[in-house]
Design a protein around this ligand. Sequence first.
Ligand SMILES: Nc1ncnc2c1ncn2[C@@H]1O[C@H](COP(=O)(O)OP(=O)(O)O)[C@@H](O)[C@H]1O
Ligand SMILES: [Mg+2]
Length: 244
Amino acid sequence: MIEINKISKWYGDFQVLTDCSTRINKGEVVVVCGPSGSGKSTLIKCVNALEPFQQGDIIVDGISVADPKTNLPKLRSRVGMVFQHFELFPHLSITENLTLAQMKVMGRSKEEASQKGLAYLDRVGLKAHAHKFPGQLSGGQQQRVAIARALSMDPIAMLFDEPTSALDPEMVNEVLDVMVELAQEGMTMMCVTHEMGFARRVANRVIFMDKGQIVEDCAKEAFFGNVEARSERAQQFLSKILQH
Ligand SMILES: Nc1ncnc2c1ncn2[C@@H]1O[C@H](COP(=O)(O)OP(=O)(O)O)[C@@H](O)[C@H]1O
Ligand SMILES: [Mg+2]
């Protein structure tokens, strides 16, 4: 579904990604972890063309992101993205947040968009909040709305960039539960997260990044089960985040 081939990217003189390659098959869940500043967000943004890259290519469902002929807005509309800070429109109701892109980008009627959006809002357990504004919801609820919004676009894959790291601890699980359900339903997912419980439960593979490189890309069982075989950098990182 997603094929990342030898991606390199620079911000001016600074090389943020170096020769990154991996692939995510249909229905696979891949967790991306690594220290702050290692390039995780940049890599995931390259997948739906929110960031340009200078070398390599990414193929999403057979479509080249680097090909100048590719319709990038259309490609982006097919890959759901969920950010750390939800990015809901504060001045729009939850229903309007759920329907705007469906109508603008996909050309759906208001009725069709509402029906779809509210069905997903129900799935994330928030049907009763449709008329509210984002500021009236908790962080965990806003993030579930953001997931429902992304799902309303019928994405072929979902990208998550630290979806729970801005949340109070008691709200983390309600968001992870929605993500676990999605994974179990067969959604193709690339998730930047340090929630290793989530990774252990539903990931097929774990990617570890450091200094713009993919240092580890292996099956979950190998990543957690055979720690001695991991690179020193991955071991150091794991020992830090698994200490508590
Ligand atoms: N727009 C930008 N301009 C210049 N440098 C950037 C920009 N965005 C990110 N960086 C740098 O690129 C590196 C990787 O950033 P990022 O992908 O956000 O890392 P991560 O998500 O792993 O924390 C960091 O050193 C960051 O400072
Ligand atoms: Mg990041």
